[in-house]
Design a protein around this ligand. Sequence first.
Ligand code: PEP
Length: 253
Amino acid sequence: MRKPFIVGNWKMNLSLKEAVQLAGDIKSESAGVKNVDIGICPPFVFISSVYDVIKGSSVILGAQNVHDEDGGAFTGEVAGFMAKEAGCTYVIIGHSERRHVFGETDEFINRKLKKCVSIELAPIFCVGEKLEQREAGKTNDVIGEQLRNGLKDFTADAAGKLVIAYEPVWAIGTGKTATPDQANEVHAFIRDVLSTEFGAKVAGDMVIQYGGSVKPDNIKELLLQNDIDGALVGGASLKADSFLSMIKTADSL
Ligand code: PEP
């Protein structure tokens, strides 16, 4: 039985004061939530302060990115073990903004995923097609390639440690959400690829989140789909009331 996992990706937003306030509100207002795993991914510089707010609660802390090396001359980068030491248990890897704004390749993403699994920092591995790829009927080809390249040389045991997030690039921050059917079709395809690569048991247990303009008014229909196990939420995770409303909807399903 897969438990819904809803994660807020705060991206490069909020002041320290706002981040601490938001984390505190999420912690206190989600105390009674039993049926949903809740995560928040603040900007790096706020991670320790947010950790101090949420420690002892069931809210999970994640980073938005890490490097694949343990240390060295990589100005501006953060190693996975550093994020772990600061209190993170998850990290978003391969987000479309990392791929398309910062030029991250499948090979780099593969190295990061391997590093994270090796240090027990659980990756939320993002895949997603661009609009022109969807319109050209290439969605499954693109997603299949991102998955196979990202998970190259993974054992079934290692793959089972990941969460996958399907985030169509055309739906991120645009207000356009994939319809529940469109999203579920890709989720089912992802699970098929995972099943072929790692076996039905591992694939059946893996949480596959949907991301792309998820909001309080569309999360229910998305979560009711068979293969959608949660959400990676950007914009609507930045306000306590909208994030908590989505958590409560998920908790009630
Ligand atoms: C995201 O940050 O991964 C995302 C899906 O953003 P938004 O919810 O704003 O589309």
